[in-house]
Structures are given as C-alpha cells and as structure tokens.
Design a protein around this ligand. Structure first.
Ligand SMILES: [Zn+2]
Length: 315
C-alpha cells in the first residue's frame, strides 16, 4: 500500500506539474510542410548509431511552478535548488523537463522507446503522433514499443483520445516486474485493459528484444525500470529512461532525492553508478527528459559530472 500511495502522490504531483505546464509553444503538428520535409521539423532529430537510423521525437515538455522545484531535491530548500540552476544559467524559480521518446529502425522492426504522455497531462505534451508524422512514420508502422517504466509520461501515449491503441500493430514490451507494478495502479485500469493483448514481458538481461536492442536494468525509479542499449557494430547508445530527470540537478547533484523515485536510496545509487560508468566509458546517452533532443555524454568536471548535449545532427 505504501508504494501505491507513493505512486499516487507522484502521479498527482506530475499531473500538477504538467497541468501547470506553459513551457511548450506548441505547433499544431498539422503543418503540411513538416510532413513533406521531415528533417526540417524542430520536433524531429534524426541521427545514426552505427548503421542504424534513429530519431528523437518531441512529445512536449513540463514545467515546475515556483516552490515546486524542490521535487528535484526532496528535503532541500528552494534556495539550494535555485543556486544550482542559476549557476548553470537557468532560471532559479522553476524548472523544465522535456519529453522525447526515441525511434529506432532495427531491420524489419520499427521500435519506439517509450510512448509519451498522451493527452492526459495538458497541452504541454502529447505531440508524439504529430512528431512521428513529421518524421514520415505512420502509427501503424511501429512494430515494437519498449517501455522504460510505467509512469504516465511514458505509457499514457500508448492509448489515444478514443481509448484505443495508438500503435495498433505494435507489441508492447516491458519488464515483468514493471507490468505487475502497472497492473496494481488503479489509476491505470483502463489503459491496462486496452494494452493487455499487446503486452509481452521480459526478464532483465534476457536476450535481445529486437536484433540490436537489449534491456539494461537500472533499479530504483520503479520496480521494473529499464534502460535500453542500442548497438550497431562498434557504436552504441544507452537509453537511460528516468535514471536522471534534469540535465543540471540530476547530473551535478545525483545524491539529491527526486520526488518521482519509488525507491529513493536505490535510485540514487543507480544514478551515481550510471554517471561513473558513462563518463569512464564515454558512453553516448539518450535522456528522455533532458533538453531536446536529449542526446549527449556525461563528462567529469571538478569532483562531479556535467551533461554535454550533442547538438549537431549527423548526416
Ligand atoms: Zn518520466
């Protein structure tokens, strides 16, 4: 019960944050020019991992309102959080998180990593279908959706406003523990009923889910939270899900508790371990909530880490 209460509180907080979102000057997604010139859309970021084609797709964003920015540092004062934000050139009185699922063309598979927030968290998110269209991908072409975890901003986009499957031909894959966690969340009953026929679960560390994508257990955020490794030849990319939420606070203060973490001590340890490994190995990373397109690397600075965003699109 305790974890359900925590989830309900976290979901409510997220809904509050996203309901208050005013950070996204949304295009309608109906721009006919965007559909004909996919790489020109600001909501679409194509890039390569080895021989594979990937696209970061903007779903939208959310903003924390004043006094709520301590969700990034539970138990810290707003002034403590603000001082880290302003030292990095960001406003101190609020924060923004982006949402950008990732598309991977993996042989015959058209794979989506996470499904966005759908239409349930206000106008700041839910653009994923429009972004897919701008990228020239039809919803029925998606063959697999790999879910990092079952919080609303990652799974509610699986179902459209009509209550039917957004990606009708896709198998929806998530860790077995995460599926149990989702089914136990009464707020998600309707979504669970809709997606159940399409769900296939896996055990962390199982064989590749698609030819080039494997799961990587990153514990703590939720019971079955997964990262995903995409490999092609000697190139790779690590999709980190919600291991880190904010590109400044989560990276420069990884020991601070985030309100959305289900098991905060474990999540904090996972954050520290990931930063250490990613910086040591110079891993290329995709972070779903970092500034769009969420692609970059962690580098050591002083006695900690910084996020270095990769901005230039690869040919
Ligand atoms: Zn999230």
């Amino acid at each position: 019960m305790k974890s359900q209460m925590k989830l309900a509180a976290a979901s409510l907080m997220l809904a509050t944050l996203m309901g208050a979102a005013a950070c996204s000057p949304d295009a309608s997604g109906s721009d006919p020019v965007a559909a004909e010139a996919p790489t020109a859309s600001p909501d679409v970021h194509p890039f390569k991992v080895g021989a594979l084609d990937l696209i970061a797709l903007r779903d939208g964003g959310m903003s924390g309102v004043p006094n709520n920015n301590t969700v990034l540092g539970v138990g810290r004062t707003p002034a403590e959080v603000a001082s880290v934000l302003t030292a990095n050139g960001l406003p101190g009185e609020s924060f923004s998180l982006s949402v950008q699922p990732l598309l991977v063309r993996d042989g015959a598979h058209v794979v989506l990593l996470d499904a966005g927030a759908g239409n349930s968290f206000g106008p700041g998110a839910g653009k994923l279908p429009a972004s897919l269209s701008a990228a020239g991908v039809q919803l029925d072409q998606v063959t697999d959706v790999l879910i990092s975890h079952s919080h609303g901003d990652h799974v509610i986009g699986l179902v459209n406003a009509s209550g039917t499957l957004t990606f009708p031909n896709a198998t929806i894959r998530m860790a077995a523990a995460e599926w149990e966690f989702l089914k136990a969340n009464a707020q998600m009953n309707a979504l669970v009923a809709t997606i159940t026929p399409k769900v296939q679960t896996f055990q962390p560390g199982a064989a590749a889910l698609t030819p080039s994508i494997s799961s990587v257990a990153i514990n703590g955020h939720t019971p079955g939270h997964m990262g995903y490794e995409i490999k092609s030849g000697t190139d790779s990319l690590l999709y980190i899900g919600d291991t880190l939420h904010h590109s400044v606070i989560s990276v420069q203060r990884p020991e601070w508790q985030i309100a959305f973490d289900n098991d905060a001590p474990t999540a904090t340890a996972s954050r520290a371990a990931l930063l250490e490994r990613a910086a040591s190995q110079n891993l290329r990373v995709h972070a779903v909530h970092f500034p769009f397109p969420g692609l970059g690397r962690f580098q050591r600075r002083d006695d900690g880490f910084v996020w270095v965003l990769e901005t230039a699109a690869q040919p």
